[in-house]
Structures are given as structure tokens and as C-alpha cells.
Design a protein. Structure first.
Length: 679
């Protein structure tokens, strides 16, 4: 604290004799500021050298805390070398250090109370070398650091929510940037000198063109908090040779890495890689995929012709990836798969793996041997196409480890699948227009998606009793092939050997009772049949494939006569849009004595309402179950709210939350029933 006597010539202004800084104060108030001025009358014209802004000073036994630095306070003060700003200062005014060309250092005490930096505050401070913006700052106004051509390092700490126009324009020598908040905008677009960018935790998105044209950028660190990378965000970063995409990223815009002519190495840790994300990046040589990757969108690596290596750490995770198209898999071009640094030649798929995805090992020319564990129930299309093993096989039907994987160089007319075969891979006989007859052995358990899709002359085939699952469109032929087996079926549901395979032309509507004796429903067999309002599933059904009733948006009533419910996938009762489900809009009716089994079995237990066939049907709004909707039900909702519970019965409006909106719904029901007057 500095104790002084005011100069009589400066009313309410005191000058620090050491630094020649003028302070403004008002008698009777506790706050003071570094004196403001104008372009023609500067606040502290005599200030020079190294300046420590006072945190507090005392005049006539009254303390004054310095909380701001006024407009034009040091306007064009070329002899100032450094400034230390105390933690008490909350704002720096406009033009405060405008063209202080001798200023080389700004120090801001941490913790700081500084919240705003005014317009042109450091405009033209051409010798200022570095600046750390404390996390207390929420606003940096227009041109605040414009033409600070000597700046080489900028550190923006969390909390800045507003950055004005051209704040860092003309700072052409910045080499290091650290940003720790929100959305990164185009503040540094085209800055060729930047070499290192560190985005800290708290950064959630990178705007389109944010670092476009930063040709000197060699290092970029992205945080786990990052969710979005905008279009052309790193386009033209010609010195960037590697980048790691963190696991939180859900969106990468078009051309995000275009013209990154030296980008050769990409590591990806996010769960879902989107469509076209790395399309056309012919310079990429190496891709490393983390264990969290679960799906790769269409053409994600299309035209990445420079790829030579794909690196992974877990074969089981790799087998589970959903490759949407052939060009989703970087192996299409790379042809060499590395597991924990070693190239895979003798592929060992661990026991416990249930699914081998589409194109999983496509074109891996050095995989000469592989196994299919007994746990596998599904093999995707072209999973082993182009491997060393595939290339060495003779023409004809390809079998391996009790699976029919496909057909090489030719078409079969009459096919008798060898006894002991347990599965047929996706698209194994896809589009074989010569195939007319298939005999499937009793050992068969799994027939995967589109196994015989488009086999337009296939008229004779069987589905053995032991088959546990049939994939989507396994035997489907497009309707315009009017002579195919499929087209000759009666319009409506297509049955074959106790299985529903799909529908022919006409979608079933309204109340649908599945035929007694039906053993299974193929994947997506009745998808988008949105005219169905009620489905009765007979007790004979032992298998319901994924998406069987997907998109049946009109479905309000499901009657299951199955005595021993089995696990089904959530997609069985999923809508097409927004991944919403029928579980909340439809009622599940189950046989006497089975409700506990259904409530304990996925995904039957997702139904909001499960009723026992023959029991009284509760009314919507009857929260307490007394078969009357009245004020007692309002009390029951309030009880659930007080417990912070989520009782589905109390969720009257079906929005997934128990709150006052449910009370309003009960009141509406009471009014419609005429109970408002009585109660």
C-alpha cells in the first residue's frame, strides 16, 4: 500500500512519483482507476520504463483500490518497456496502450480479476513478444492486439466467450498459440508463421477455416473435449505431417484437411468416423485406429491411395467395426494390417468375437492364414476378399472353418452346401443370376445379410430347422425381376419354412397376427410397415432379427405369446427418425405368469408399459393404479418428484421426465373426463 498526499494542482488525480502514472479517484469511494484521456490529452503522458500499476494507494487515510485502466491511459507512450497489472484490475479500456512501440512485456498477476480488454487496447505494440490472457477475461474487443507484429506466443485461458473482429490481425510472427475455451474461430486463419497450436480442455469445436492456410503449422494438439472440426479447418496446412483425432469428435466438415500435402500420419480415437471425413487425402500413408472406433462412414477413406499401413491394438475391436462401404476401410488401399506394431500374417481372431464386420480384412495381401472362432454368429460381406488366403484359393465356393464365405471366379448353378457348415457370410452368393437351386444342410445356424440377394433364378431352397438367425434381405430379389421366386410369392408377408423373410410389394397394415408355427422373423423383415397398429407374435417364435419392426411408427400394441422371452436387439422396435423407439408409444401384452420374465429380459424390458393379457387395462394418468384418474394421482406424481424418482407410470406425458408437466397432463385428462368439477 502506498500512502500519499494529493497534489493540489490535480483535483481527484494523483501521480505516482516513481512511474509518473496518473490515477483518478473520488473522495468517499473506494475504487480508483489509471487515469483515462483522449488521443490529444493522454491519461499518463509522462509514464516510461518499467511500470507497476498499483493495486492500492491511500490519500488522507482513505484507501483506494485500482480496478481499471482507463481509455487512452498510455496512448502512444513509446518509452514504456513493461507493464505489470495487479489482480485488482477488472478492465483495460480502449486505446489504452495504442502504439506503445517500446512495450515488450505485459504481466498480469494471477489470480486475476481482469474481465475485459477494450478496443485497440494494444494496437500496434510491435515489440510485445508474448501475452497470456487470464481465465478471468470474458471479452476481448475489436483490434485489441492488431498489428502486434512482434508477438510470437499467445495463451488464451478458459472463460473467454467473446472475441471481437480482427483481434489478432497483423500479428504475423506468432509461432505458438494456446487456446483453452469454447469455439475456436478464424482468429489465426492464414498465419503462416504459426508452428505449434495447443488446444486445451474446454475447447469444444474448431470453426470452418479456423487454421486454413497456416502453412508453417507442424504441431497441433487436440483435447478430449473437442466435438467438432469445421470444413476446411486445416486446409492448406502444408507443413502438418501428423494429427490425432480425440475420442470426443463427432463431426469433421468437408475438406477439413485438404491440401495438407505433407500429412502422412493420422491417429483416430473417436467412436464414429463420418462419411467422407478423409476422402481424397492421397498423402496419408499410415492410419492408426483406437479401440473405441465402432463405425466408419461411407467413403471415409475414398481415394486415400497413398495408404500403406493400418495400425490397431485389438483384433476383437477391429472385427466389431461397422464399415459402411468398401472405401470405409483404410485397408482397401493400405493392404497391410499391424497389430501392436507387428504386421498380421497369421490372423488369430479370439474366442468370444461374435461378429466379423463387412470388409474387415479386405485386401490384406499378407494374411495367409486365419481362424473363425466358434463364437462367431455373423460375418460381413467381403471380410476376407483379397487376402493372401483368398488369392491362393481355387475358383468355386469358398469354405473356411464351417463357414461359406463366398464364391470366386464363376457362378454355381446347383449348390449343395456341405454338411457341417454353420454359417453363410453376408453377400456370399450375392447377385448370382445362374444359381437355381440351393440345398442348405441341417447343420446351418446363421444366414447373414443379403446372402442370396439378387439371385434372380433361385427357385428352390430350404431353411433348416436349426437356423437361429436370418439377415436382412437374405433371399430378396428386386420386384422388377418378375420371374424370381420372391416376385412369385403372394403379395404381403413372405413366409418360407417357418420364417418371415420380408414382404412382397404390399406392406401389411393395421392388426397383424403372425402365423402360428412361425419360428423366426428375419432382420428388418417388416421394417417401415408404418401402417401396422397391432402385432400378435405366436409362442412358436424363437428368433427375432435386428430391426424386424424398425420404422413401424403406427404400432401401438404388441401382443407376445412367447412363454420364455429371449434377448432381442433394441433396433427391433426402433423408429427411423432420431433413433426414437416404440417402447414408449406401444403397450406390450404378455401371457399370464411371464411379466417378471419380460421385465428382466433385454430389450423387452424397455417397454414403458407391460400388461398381462386378461388383466384390467390401466388408464393413462392413473398413477396410483386405482383405475380412476383424480387428484390422488396428482399427489402420487408429487411424491415421485419429491423422491427425485423416475417412475414410468408417473411420466404421464411420456417425455421421460416426471415433473409439473405430468401434473398438467393429469388435469387435462380429468377435465376431459369431467372430474374437475367433482374433485
Amino acid at each position: 500500500m502506498t500512502c500519499v498526499t494529493p497534489l493540489s494542482s490535480l483535483a481527484n488525480v494523483w501521480q505516482d512519483p516513481e512511474t509518473k502514472v496518473n490515477y483518478e479517484y473520488t473522495v468517499g469511494k473506494s475504487e480508483a482507476s489509471v487515469k483515462s484521456g483522449t488521443s490529444s490529452r493522454i491519461g499518463s503522458p509522462d509514464a516510461s520504463g518499467d511500470i507497476d500499476i498499483l493495486k492500492k494507494f491511500t490519500i488522507n487515510n482513505q484507501d483506494y483500490v485500482v480496478t481499471s485502466i482507463g481509455d487512452y491511459a498510455f496512448y502512444r507512450c513509446k518509452d514504456i518497456i513493461s507493464v505489470n497489472i495487479p489482480e485488482s484490475v477488472t478492465s483495460i479500456g480502449k486505446n489504452t496502450f495504442y502504439k506503445c512501440t517500446g512495450l515488450t512485456k505485459i504481466s498480469i498477476d494471477i489470480p486475476s480479476s481482469l474481465t475485459s480488454i477494450g478496443e485497440n487496447a494494444f494496437y500496434g505494440c510491435s515489440n510485445l513478444d508474448s501475452i497470456t490472457i487470464p481465465k478471468s477475461v470474458s471479452s476481448i474487443s475489436n483490434y485489441a492486439f492488431y498489428n502486434c507484429s512482434g508477438l510470437s506466443s499467445i495463451n488464451l485461458l478458459p472463460n473467454v466467450c467473446e472475441i471481437g473482429m480482427s483481434v489478432f490481425s497483423g500479428c504475423t510472427n506468432i509461432t505458438n498459440v494456446t487456446i483453452n475455451f469454447g469455439t475456436v474461430s478464424t482468429w489465426f486463419k492464414g498465419y503462416k508463421a504459426i508452428k505449434t497450436i495447443v488446444l486445451g480442455e474446454g475447447v469444444s469445436s474448431i470453426s470452418s477455416n479456423a487454421f486454413n492456410g497456416c502453412t508453417g503449422l507442424t504441431n497441433i494438439s487436440l483435447p478430449s473435449s473437442l466435438e467438432k472440426i469445421g470444413s476446411s479447418a486445416f486446409s492448406g496446412c502444408t507443413s502438418l505431417n501428423s494429427i490425432t483425432i480425440p475420442k470426443g469428435v463427432t463431426s469433421i466438415g468437408e475438406n477439413a484437411f485438404q491440401q495438407c500435402t505433407n500429412l502422412t500420419d493420422i491417429t483416430i480415437n473417436c467412436a464414429d468416423i463420418g462419411k467422407d471425413w478423409f476422402k481424397g487425402l492421397a498423402t496419408i500413408q499410415k492410419v492408426t485406429l483406437g479401440e473405441d472406433v465402432s463405425s466408419i462412414g461411407k467413403d471415409a477413406f475414398l481415394d486415400c491411395t497413398g495408404l500403406t499401413e493400418v495400425h490397431i491394438t485389438n483384433i476383437s475391436s477391429w472385427c466389431g467395426i461397422d464399415f459402411i462401404s468398401t472405401y470405409s476401410n483404410p485397408l482397401y488401399y493400405a493392404k497391410h494390417l499391424f497389430l501392436n506394431g507387428d504386421e498380421v500374417t497369421d490372423l488369430v481372431i479370439p474366442e468370444g468375437v461374435t461378429n466379423i464386420g463387412n470388409c474387415a480384412f479386405i485386401n490384406c495381401e499378407n494374411i495367409n492364414n486365419f481362424n473363425i472362432p466358434s463364437s462367431v454368429t455373423s460375418i460381413g460381406a467381403y471380410s476376407f476378399y483379397g487376402t493372401g488366403w483368398y488369392n491362393e484359393q481355387p475358383s468355386g465356393i469358398l469354405f473356411h472353418d464351417k463357414w461359406l464365405l463366398g464364391e470366386k471366379n464363376g457362378y454355381s448353378y446347383y449348390l449343395i452346401i456341405e454338411e457341417g457348415t454353420k454359417g453363410i457370410a453376408s453377400r456370399a452368393l450375392y447377385g448370382n443370376s445362374y444359381l437355381s437351386s440351393v440345398t442348405i444342410p441341417e447343420s446351418m445356424l446363421y444366414i447373414c445379410d443379403e446372402a442370396f440377394f439378387g439371385c434372380i433364378n433361385l427357385y428352390d431352397f430350404n431353411i433348416p430347422l436349426n437356423v437361429k438367425s436370418i439377415g436382412r434381405d437374405a433371399f430378396f430379389c428386386p420386384y422388377y425381376y418378375t420371374y424370381s421366386w420372391w416376385s412369385k410369392q403372394s403379395k404381403g408377408i413372405v413366409y418360407k419354412d417357418g420364417w418371415i423373410l420380408g414382404y412382397n410389394v404390399d406392406k401389411p397394415k393395421e392388426e397383424l397376427t403372425i402365423a402360428e408355427g412361425t419360428r423366426g422373423i428375419a432382420s428388418f423383415a417388416l421394417n417401415t410397415c408404418n401402417g401396422i397398429t397391432s402385432i400378435t407374435i405366436p409362442s412358436s417364435v424363437t428368433s427375432i432379427g435386428k430391426g424386424a419392426f424398425y420404422g413401424c411408427t403406427g404400432l401401438t400394441n404388441v401382443i407376445s405369446l412367447i412363454q420364455e422371452p429371449f434377448v432381442i436387439d433394441e433396433s427391433v422396435f426402433q423408429y427411423e427418425e432420431n433413433n426414437t423407439t416404440i417402447f414408449t408409444s406401444a403397450i406390450l401384452n404378455v401371457p399370464q405368469g411371464t411379466k417378471a420374465k419380460y421385465t428382466g429380459t433385454p430389450a423387452w424390458n424397455k417397454f414403458k408399459t407391460i400388461l398381462v393379457i386378461g388383466d384390467p387395462v390401466p388408464m393413462n394418468g392413473d398413477v396410483n393404479g386405482d383405475l380412476v384418474v383424480d387428484v390422488a394421482d396428482i399427489s402420487s406424481v408429487i411424491d415421485v418428484m419429491a423422491r427425485s424418482g423416475n417412475d414410468t407410470t408417473a411420466d404421464v406425458n411420456g417425455d421421460g421426465i416426471v415433473d409439473v408437466a405430468d401434473i398438467s397432463s393429469i388435469i387435462s385428462i380429468m377435465a376431459a373426463n369431467g372430474r374437475i368439477i367433482n374433485d
